[in-house]
Unconditional design. Sequence first.
Length: 306
Amino acid sequence: MTMDIELQQLRILHRVAETGSINRAAEELGMSQSGVSRALQRMERAVGLPVLHRRPSGITLTTAGSILLEHADTVLPAVSRMFTDVRRCLAADGGRSPVRLGAVPAPTLTSFVRCVEDLGIAPMSLLVDESGQRLVQLIGNGEIDVALFRHFPELDPEPPEPVRHEEIAAQHPYLCVPDTHPLAGRPAAGLADLGDEHVVLAYPECQPLTGHFHTACAAAGIRPRVSYANSASAAVALGHALGAVTFTYWPEVKEARMAHVPLRDTPLNAVLLLAWLPDGPLGDEPGARLVSSVRTLHAASVETGA
């Protein structure tokens, strides 16, 4: 059976070769270690040869892996230039350059898209991804033009140059628990309160909260029991069924018979960022207008609980 190599697999190989570690590559890409490993395994099946040597001292490329990396260094910049040339062609023909959006799944997602449409820029595509680091990487590669995502200042690296980014709002974590749970009546909780709890996390492959949660718990000296669901809504449903704890950054979105308790003094505090390339189709002036529009939208949604 013939299998194709995907661009993302080439990017993963490039990052693994640079870092010499699957773990570090996963962190930089905003992916899980298992997600990176599976992508590399699919690449090896497509090639029919191993692409990595896995040794105690680190990861190195096989001959086949080195050949793939050499071509990746040609292919990936060529793809970026292809998108740039298409946008230039549209502009030269008097058309409007399409803006490609990226965003984390959030209650304001539809309204965010509407904000971009209101700028009168162009038709657009939308990529929904849990990982802010991956969305920033896609902006830097020229594959998307603007992204709205959650950033953890104490745990995530800052978006690199030349990506422009502006804060939309602070986002603080809340524990979502059944209204009969012992924590439900608390004015606030800390990570230490989760030491004996059962916690349910959403577990997409590119879910940074999963890794950040375990990092924060290790720093706090606790090891709560953890279960996983395949989406945020499934995590809430499972948490309710098990009498367990789930996380949310949108306390204004209410669930029946569930209480939201603020989680204080934790590295899981986040900010909602808007990022874009100043020399992309959005540009600085439309970018500033979009920041203002999204900030207004977010404030209104928090005030109304929409």
